[in-house]
Write a protein that binds this ligand. Structure first.
Ligand code: ADP
Ligand code: GLC
Length: 482
């Protein structure tokens, strides 16, 4: 087996706040099918060592950014995990980043993760394992390629994956020394970003290759509307950039075996009707003549929830219903509460995070609504396809790449799988929802749309093959350079 070290701050089934965890947790199985053993380094947040039965110490640090640390090997959900046990940084309550506000020392906490990854890659673990590739995810792992270069290690290839460029890992320049970085790294060609350190920029500049989680987001990243100030940095490395669409875990998300729902399949959707009834009663909804739309989302400005609030009146008036599950920005949570209060029996809301309920929602919903202002990949539209819960999405990023819009041509060609709207504003969403309601009333047309979605290839096969090919090509480059 070839060897790759994945470096991440979240990984299913151990710890999750968003899609990064799903991807980090599913990628290893996909890559195993390509002949790659992926081991995943992440912080030992409280409880994780026990959960992963991680007992064997495979690396030790006398001092990792202010205290002793070690790496413990274990497994969780089939993922080979390496837990970075550094109590001074990670043994505290409050989620991986702190809650409700971020921990003040987050830059240091994740610089430590990146530094540990680089040391492991340079020296290898005590069990004899040493990676050929270091794969860093998001700003939390962004400094790993920089640290690796600092160690003078040239035989390990590096990949930086951007899951969301909105999070840039900013830290005061004064932290350079504490993070163990030389002043020479602090240049505009290096990790300096408007007078601060950006750990994501460090990764974008220093990694051998940059990937992001959909082809459309890859091209959007080079434009000012989406690059969030880093568009120039990305564009300068366009020849090193690619977009690889995420897959989903086809076993966890399988309407035929999902323990949360009455099972159904593309051959018979009967169980879905039962699930719909149950879901409506769970959310206190009744008397819908139109589609039941679900939303499972972080409630943040990225996710376009203001558009939902603005168009819900019309949607409900036309017979539609809404079941919303999410948490996030307190102001947006309040906006959703107002929406539910204004539409009793038609709009139901659960504030919180509930994995089991999310499964029941995909099982019972007619439509999943994803009106994001930007979306690097997005996973819920993929779950929607898998469950015959037709995705209605903003035409951006991975949403644009994974849903085929049901316009007249796509419908008559028999390829449509959902609905897209553009521009990403109230008017376009309202118009799109009118089209959804019209097609919903055509029972056989709607069923065709559902079944086509359910038959899409949504697993990790194609994407892991693309990652494996990228790793190979980078290793080839390293070999010919040395
Ligand atoms: P992002 O990572 O930007 O939040 P994604 O669509 O990539 O968006 O991934 C979100 C993941 O988190 C999905 O697996 C989704 O089902 C899940 N999720 C989001 N909010 C909730 C919630 N309130 N309860 C349960 N699952 C949620
Ligand atoms: C980020 C993005 C989301 C993507 C996920 C996994 O959280 O916001 O679009 O699906 O990462 O790559």
């Amino acid at each position: 087996m070839r060897r790759v070290l994945s470096v991440t701050s979240e990984c299913v089934p151990l710890i999750k706040t968003g899609g990064l965890a799903d991807v980090a947790g599913a990628l290893p199985a996909g890559l195993a099918g390509q002949g790659w053993q992926m081991r995943t380094l992440l912080p030992a947040y409280p409880g994780l060592i026990k959960q992963a039965a991680a007992k064997t110490a495979v690396f030790t640090f006398d001092d990792l950014m202010g205290g002793p640390a070690r790496v413990l090997a274990g497994t969780a959900g089939g993922v080979d995990v390496l837990l970075l046990d550094a109590p001074h940084l990670y043994d505290r309550p409050g989620g991986p980043y702190g809650n409700p506000t971020d921990f003040a020392d987050n830059p240091l906490r994740f610089a430590a993760l990146s530094s540990a990854a680089a040391q492991i890659a340079a020296e290898g673990l005590s069990d004899g394992w040493r990676p050929e590739v270091l794969h860093a995810h998001d700003w939390q792992a962004g400094l790993a390629p920089t640290y690796l270069a600092q160690l003078g290690c040239e035989d390990v290839a590096t990949v930086m994956t951007v899951h969301n460029i909105a999070f840039q890992g900013l830290a005061p320049a004064a932290m350079l020394g504490t993070m163990g970085l030389p002043l020479s790294a602090y240049t505009s060609e290096g990790l300096e970003y408007w007078g601060q350190i950006s750990t994501l920029k460090a990764g974008l500049v220093h990694a051998d290759a940059i990937t992001t989680v959909s082809p459309t987001y890859a091209s959007e990243l080079m434009r000012a509307e989406f690059g969030m100030g880093l568009e120039g940095v990305v564009a300068a490395r366009a020849d090193r950039l690619s977009g690889i669409l995420n897959g989903i875990d086809m076993d966890v998300w399988n309407p035929q075996t999902d323990a949360q729902i009455t099972p159904y399949s593309a051959t018979s959707l009967k169980g879905k009707a039962t699930n719909r009834k149950a879901l409506m009663s769970e959310f206190g909804l009744s008397g819908l003549t139109g589609p039941l739309a679900i939303i499972v989302s972080r409630l943040t400005s990225q996710k376009g929830m203001d558009l939902v609030a603005a168009t819900a009146d019309q949607f409900v008036a036309a017979g539609g219903g809404l079941a919303i599950l999410g948490s996030g920005d307190p102001l947006i949570e309040d906006q959703m509460r107002v929406l539910a209060r204004n539409h009793p029996g038609k709009v139901g809301l659960r504030i919180g995070y509930d994995e089991a309920l999310s499964h029941r929602m995909f099982g019972g919903g007619d439509v999943v609504l994803v009106p994001s202002r930007f979306e690097p990949c997005g996973l819920t539209q993929l779950y929607g396809l898998r469950y015959g819960t037709v995705p209605v999405v903003a035409a951006t990023g991975g949403l644009a790449d994974s849903v085929i819009h049901a316009n007249t041509m796509a419908q008559s060609a028999g390829v449509a799988t959902g609905f897209q709207f553009h521009p990403i504003d109230e008017m376009a969403l309202a118009q799109c929802l009118r089209n959804v309601i019209t097609l919903f009333s055509d029972k056989s047309g709607w069923t065709r749309l559902q079944k086509r979605g359910m038959k899409q290839a949504l697993g990790w096969e194609a994407s892991s093959a693309a990652y494996a090919a990228l790793y190979e090509s980078l290793i080839g480059e390293h070999r010919s350079a040395t």
